[in-house]
Design a protein around this ligand. Sequence first.
Ligand code: MRU
Length: 377
Amino acid sequence: MADQYAQPREDKRPTEIPAIRWEEPPEGPVLVLLDQTRLPAEEVELVCTDASALVEAIHSLAVRGAPLLGIAGAYGVALAAARGFDVEEAAQALEGARPTAVNLSVGVRRARSAHRAELTRTGDPTAAATAALAAARTLHQQDAEASARMAAHGLALLDELLPGGGHRILTHCNTGSLVSGGEGTALAVALAAHRAGQLRRLWVDETRPLLQGARLTAYEAARHGMAYTLLTDNAAGSLFAAGEVDAVLIGADRIAADGSVANKVGSYPLAVLARYHHVPFIVVAPLTTVDPQTPDGASIEVEQRPGFEVTEVTAPQVPVAGAGGGIPVAPLGAQAYNPAFDVTPPELVTAIVTEEGAVSPVTAEVLAELCARSRQV
Ligand code: MRU
């Protein structure tokens, strides 16, 4: 058997990966995205000059992950305003681009409110566009700060739950600097453990069907020199059974008022495995991911994605075309079940770590208290 603890080959390229940035060239403002569909093969930038290009980038997952979707949504409104497009129409299209991550509508609404308020106050579209951009920049900055605070709270929680260090952490999907204004959510905690010399191994679920773990988390972990090992999602069970997992750390796309957590499909089975094997299952998410308007898990809209993502393997470099432009791996016409997310009930969640601290056990009351406390700050 290959040594799963072998050190991965070091990747010395810079660790700063700006997933999104606003630029103002002479031709007019643009939103520049690192195209995440092309990683890790190529670092290609995608330049959006209007909100519809950004909506397309959101659909294709060129830009993805809950906190980053919020930031992108806010900049998208600012872009529409700065380029003189219909801001309300752009906001509606952006908000509807993906349904599960509540951060997207939080970001869109913040920029739209700033725009509306300034337009009402001054009647000046330029001033209103400036206000929308300022709101987007603030959200971007706040997310970076939240990320650093979550990392610190998460590390403290790991120290408390697993004294002695040497953590072997399993993660799913991608939750690092590719999804954030800072270093991310769950991956930022793992990175803090790595920097503190307490990470023995990061287990990276490949995350079928779009491979956010294999393509993106492994890409980030390599740049940080973290000791990581990739596994297929269905190898997680035997890894738990072998006693090789000390904690599961994941992010969230929406946390309902009762503490139910929607995250990348495959998170719920990990929570069940973690409970069976007495391993902490920890969710790391900023408060912008907590949605008091969604009462429970059953009320969370789970995005259903096209079947070809399951029936074909997509590789942008290979010019073979199935219905989705990929290499068919199933018989022609095969039906596929392809929810992008699943929902973990609060009783399976050991703790939720936010920028305001960790809550455990996860109940509607403690979450409401946390949200109320953050509104007073
Ligand atoms: O479909 P994706 O790639 O946007 O899904 C992303 C996830 O599920 C992440 O785990 C979640 O957004 C949390 S990111 C901090």
